[in-house]
Design a binder for this molecule. Structure first.
Ligand code: PRX
Length: 647
């Protein structure tokens, strides 16, 4: 890691913002000044950009580790994302240009989306959903997914979106933990040229009793055959046709819960990250506007994240829609029917701001620039990336090949927990360095500290902390405030521990080095080693398992498992059979994203004398590196035995 960073820190290329963006730079530059002078006053000004039913009088109430922002104000999040744009005369502005994978298209204006969400709010109410109730959203990239989230927000219900690739047991775990009473799903969606069924996963998840779900609302999309449970299942289109078109939105307190989003931690149990209303909306809207220099009147924005992850929440639904943005939404995968698809979409809609993940960029690079050349990409003026460190080669390729050598590439660091972008340049101001996430955004205080919590100097590395509360911070872990305190606050008191390693360069700018805990980052998705280990151990053939994230050229990290089989199975199955069975098992138990790239069947695992698995050694083995110091190993022969198994 340190070799890599030393190499990166020698990066000398610098890219100033292009002339065309210079107009916005004075305003954006002044934001740093203003936030430095009066941080809370600055955030209060940003919050006042929203439409409040009752204005707040107090900005922040901070009793570490619990923050309340703007707490005596009230507003309605959905009204801020929809109705107020219509009231301001922008009802005809396109909100979503949606393109289905087979090529079908839909255009929804802000007036259309407002009407859809009002009706859907009535549907939810008629199904018994009240403010504070939890609704699970298991939907792919359909406009109805956006409508579902905003309809929950409109009635004060708390949504918990579950990524469409997750398995029945994962979906059930989240439904139970959140105590959801309604699930919104679809029959199926298009993916890689086929309909991928979703409703059967919901049926399977709900098969065993003991959950609190009373209804399943089903959007028709795939037209695939599905089972139907009368009395429980409701077609979305039937319910919408029967619902009243008018809906009076109620204002909720600023700290009213908005959503729970589960993310992997260092134990087998995912954490339900709780976000609340006004602070979250303030920071997502602010960052979306200033990081990307977004102009709602003229920009066409496309964020390629899935709605089931936090980027979909913050930078497809809440931030962009609070800003009245016109955006593109795409169902399916980038390579269907051909790898030209994303570039054709950019040309077709004249996309100006494009936000994607380093993994996608590296995949585009591997496919080659020829796929980009038949499309006109000259509309693009700002590019963004998120989810994992971006290597300078990928950054340069993105700028040169996609951005025509002139567009700024904004590398944005943040997390499910932070809710919104925390470290990034601002497109119109920042002179960019390929590979660095740059500096905290205005109003955010970040530091890099050593294990004892002492700030490191410029040029040194350590652990990333956020030193002051921020508006879009998580408020707790749903149902487990102790875990919230332990995970994020125990280490450094009233400073938030992000779990990432970072280094400050000689200019004090920040370079992210990846996770310092047992959380992997595969294609920008967080996976827990413990969760995959417990899934492997649950399989009848496994005696013991250890999982590590090994570096991977395309996906950043890849899941690599080391498994000791129970003797009976070791005798019966070939190594290849065991590997295939276990890879399939993890995909079925957790979801395809967690499927190990490799499963090594090994005779033993390297452990310290106190019995702790030495993951560093396993990572080195998986990456084919020299093992360095192995003197803490209890049994030195284990490594040789494992090495002889690696092919
Ligand atoms: O390790 C960091 C990495 O992704 C983690 C957060 O993952 P998640 O909550 O799933 O949210 C992803 C989308 C916001 C972080 O702890 N990460 C995210 N963005 C970057 C990054 N690492 C380096 N550079 C980034 N720009």
């Amino acid at each position: 890691m340190s070799d890599r960073i030393d190499h990166l820190l020698n990066e000398t290329r610098r890219f100033a913002p292009p002339e065309a963006l210079a107009g916005a730079s004075a305003t954006s530059a002044a934001l740093y000044e203003r936030a430095r002078e009066d941080r809370l006053g600055f955030w209060a000004e940003q919050a006042r950009e929203l439409q409040w039913a009752t204005p707040f009088t107090e900005v922040l109430d901070w009793e570490p580790p619990h923050a309340r922002w703007f707490h005596d104000g009230t507003l309605n999040v959905a009204v801020n994302c929809l109705d107020r744009h219509v009231e301001a005369g922008h009802g005809d502005r396109v909100a979503l240009r949606w393109e289905g994978e087979p090529g079908d298209r839909r255009t929804l204006t802000y007036a259309d989306m407002t009407a859809e969400v009002k009706r859907l709010a009535n549907v939810l109410t008629s199904l018994g959903v009240r403010a504070g109730d939890r609704v699970a959203i298991y939907l792919p990239m359909l406009p109805e997914a956006v409508a579902a989230m905003l309809a929950c927000a409109r009635i004060g219900a708390v949504h918990t979106a579950v990524f469409g690739g997750f398995s029945p047991s994962n979906l059930r775990g989240r439904i139970d933990d959140a105590g959801a009473t309604l699930v919104i799903t679809t029959d199926g969606a298009w993916r890689k040229g086929k309909v991928f069924p979703l409703k059967p996963t919901v049926d399977e998840a709900l098969r065993e009793p003991g959950h609190g779900v009373t209804n399943v609302l089903v959007v028709r999309r795939g037209e695939n055959e599905i089972e139907w449970t009368p009395g429980r299942d409701v077609w979305y289109h039937d319910a919408m046709a029967a619902a009243d078109a008018e809906h009076e939105a109620e204002a909720f307190p600023a700290e009213h819960p908005l959503f729970i989003l589960y993310t992997s931690g260092t134990t087998g149990k995912p954490k339900g990250i709780l976000h609340t209303s006004a602070g979250y909306l303030t920071q997502t809207a602010f960052t979306h506007r200033h990081v990307f220099d977004l102009k709602p009147e003229s920009d066409v924005y496309w964020c390629t994240a899935d709605i089931g992850w936090v980027t979909g929440h913050s930078y497809i639904v809440y931030g962009p829609m609070a800003n009245g943005t016109t955006q593109v939404m795409h169902e399916g995968t980038f390579d269907t029917p051909t790898p030209e698809r994303p570039w054709q979409i950019i040309e077709r809609y004249g996309v100006t701001v494009f936000y994607t993940a380093p993994t996608a960029i590296r995949t585009f690079m591997k496919l080659g620039r020829q796929h980009t050349q038949s499309s006109d990409l000259s509309s693009l003026r700002v590019l963004g990336t998120v989810g994992e460190p971006i290597n300078p080669e990928a950054w340069m390729w993105y700028r040169e090949v996609i951005g025509g050598g002139t567009t700024p590439v904004m590398d944005t660091w943040w997390q499910t927990e932070t809710g919104a972008i925390m470290i990034s340049g601002l497109a119109s101001v920042t002179t960019l360095k390929p590979g660095s996430a740059q500096v905290p955004i205005p109003g955010i205080d970040i530091d890099v500290v050593d294990e004892q919590g002492e700030p490191v100097g410029d040029g040194d590395g350590g652990l990333l902390v956020v030193t002051s509360p921020w508006p879009s911070m998580l408020r707790t872990i749903w149902g487990d405030d102790d875990r919230y305190r332990e995970t994020y606050w125990q280490k450094f008191g009233d400073r938030y521990f992000a779990g990432d390693g970072a280094r400050k360069d000689d200019d004090g700018e920040i370079w992210l080095l990846g996770r310092v805990d047992d959380v992997m980052n595969v294609s920008g998705h967080r996976l827990s080693t413990a969760e995959i280990e417990s899934s492997l151990v649950a399989h009848e053939s496994t005696a013991e398992a250890a999982v590590v994230g090994a570096s991977d050229e395309t996906t950043g990290q890849a899941v690599v498992a080391f498994v000791i089989l129970k003797q009976r199975f070791a005798d019966e199955l070939t190594v290849e059979e065991s590997e295939a069975v276990l890879r399939k098992h993890v995909a079925a138990e957790i979801g395809a994203i967690a499927r190990p790239r490799q499963v090594f069947i090994v005779p033993d695992l390297p452990k310290t004398r106190s019995g702790k698995i030495m993951r560093r050694l396993l990572r080195d083995l998986a990456e084919g590196r020299d093992l360095g110091d192995t003197t803490t190993l209890a049994d030195q022969t284990v490594v040789d035995a494992i090495r002889s198994q690696l092919r």
